[in-house]
Design a protein around this ligand. Structure first.
Ligand code: C2E
Ligand code: MG
Ligand code: MG
Ligand code: MG
Length: 277
């Protein structure tokens, strides 16, 4: 019902903006509420060495099952959390939840590998992740070798000196550092070799169109070898993709081929206990 009149047009536009703002504020409040009331969950997705068929560990991924809207994609609510500053709180919650979970699996004598957690650029540069991680590890009495952190390529391209200082502290504790979504951020070989990291994580967009991207994936893998870095492929869904990756020398695999991200009880049952027997 847009009228010819210009000022009415403006009003229509303006109220649409208000609706969006209101929806945002509601979502922000809902997210805070969910965080404070322990309504968020963490799912775990296994990572495998496809060559030795060994479980390497898993990635911890946040899940928010909203009471009205159902599951909301982390890409959406992480962005909201970053824009509103909730992210540091949120990821400290993830860290504690993951460490508590690792402890529980250890007590059940079925713990294997490392769990990786994703760290946002806001948390990485504005929080104090080294002390948050150190104190949480101590609180739950678990070794740093149980943990890995994933930081996106784009995040790491920020400030070489500051980035390395933090990365070196984490790595000297025994925590591994992986560069997430590698290939989407345009960092150069020259820059990469200066960074203190353990692993490149090939972005799933390259894996999904493996045929088209085989040369790029091959380049990433040989670059990783040159720099003495480990390499993992994410988003692997088919056996064909695994065959190509193995041929190119990439043995660490994460993706629906092995499993979607799943609840901790199912991960324990299907992956940890299956191995412990
Ligand atoms: P990411 O860190 O790159 O995580 C991998 C994403 O790929 C996950 O999406 C996972 O479910 C999906 N995936 C894994 N294997 C496959 C596959 O074979 N096929 C397809 N199509 N997808 C696959 P998810 O769980 O929706 O998470 C999206 C993003 O949200 C994550 O991307 C990460 O950037 C972010 N995220 C999740 N939890 C956290 C967190 O605690 N902190 C931060 N900063 N970001 C988080
Ligand atoms: Mg990740
Ligand atoms: Mg990724
Ligand atoms: Mg991603």
């Amino acid at each position: 019902n847009v009228k010819q009149n210009g000022s009415d047009d403006f009003e229509v536009y303006d109220s649409a903006m208000n609706d969006q703002t209101i929806e945002r504020i509601n979502m922000e409040n809902d997210l805070r509420y969910a965080l404070e009331n322990d309504l968020l969950e963490i799912y775990y997705q296994p990572k495998y060495n496809s060559f030795t068929n060994e479980l390497i560990g898993s990635e911890a991924l946040l899940r928010w099952n909203h009471s009205n809207y159902g599951f909301i994609s982390p890409d959406t609510f992480i962005k909201l959390a970053e824009e509103t500053g909730i992210i540091i709180h949120l990821e400290e919650w993830v860290l504690r939840k993951v460490c508590r979970q690792i402890k529980e699996w250890k007590l059940a004598s079925c713990y294997r590998g490392r769990v990786s957690i994703n760290i946002s650029h806001i948390h990485f540069y504005q929080g104090d992740i080294v002390s948050a991680i150190t104190s949480t590890l101590m609180e739950f009495d678990i070794e740093p070798t149980c943990l890995e952190i994933e930081i996106t390529e784009t995040t790491m391209m920020n400030n070489e000196f500051e980035t390395n200082k933090t990365l070196q502290k984490l790595r000297s504790l025994g925590i591994e550092v992986s560069m997430d979504d590698f290939g989407t951020g345009y960092s150069s070989l020259g820059y990469l070799h200066k960074l203190s990291i353990d692993r490149l994580k090939i972005d799933k967009s390259f894996i999904h169109e493996m045929q088209k991207n085989e040369a790029i994936v091959a380049t990433i893998i040989s670059m990783a070898n040159t720099l003495n870095l480990k390499v993992i492929a994410e988003g692997v869904e088919t056996n064909d993709q695994i065959q190509v990756l193995n041929k190119l020398g990439c043995h660490e695999i994460q993706g629906y081929y092995y499993s979607k991200p799943i609840q901790p009880e199912i991960y324990k049952q299907n992956f940890l206990l299956a191995l412990a027997q």
